[in-house]
Design a protein. Sequence first.
Length: 199
Amino acid sequence: MRPITLQVLLTAAAFICLSMLTSARADGPASEAGFRPETSMNEKVLSIPGDSTRPVELQATLYTPNGQGPFPLFVMNHGADGSVRPELQTRFHLTFSAYYFLSRGYAVVLPMMRGYAGSGGRMEHYRCDYENVGRNNARDIRAVIDYMASQPNIDGNRVVVAGESFGGWNTLALGTLHDPRVKGLINVAGEWVHPIALK
């Protein structure tokens, strides 16, 4: 396996930025389905334990290359549509960034934050205290990495994490946990505005 290099991260960041220009919705634009790689994606929908201090099961989509691995891991965090209740948002899986990393030999996991789509629980929010929102979500993302790193076909010491909008905010928050397994963070317009649907 090739090491994760700055060139790979910069190229990936550019492709992610381009793919995100078309939509900030959690499920991604339907037109992105045309960008799927021709190789098998081996898609699975998993139930993954979240932060153990606040037990919940998180829905996640996993794509893996063909072969036995171990594969480096790419974690892609979803955005949010603030006008739709989280549980009514669809599973995040149609995104070119996932296809980009898959085509370069990464396993790709796209977790849904608690309360979103098929994930259990409810996102904890603190009005204007966005820092705590991000940290709580970061702990769930770290739990997803823990779970994936325990799988025999995953190289848990070579992890890249990215996200758009709400997912970008959560990706930045993950950086504050200083997880040594995470070799790169890609933030695309990271932000979070208190959703109308949660008021």
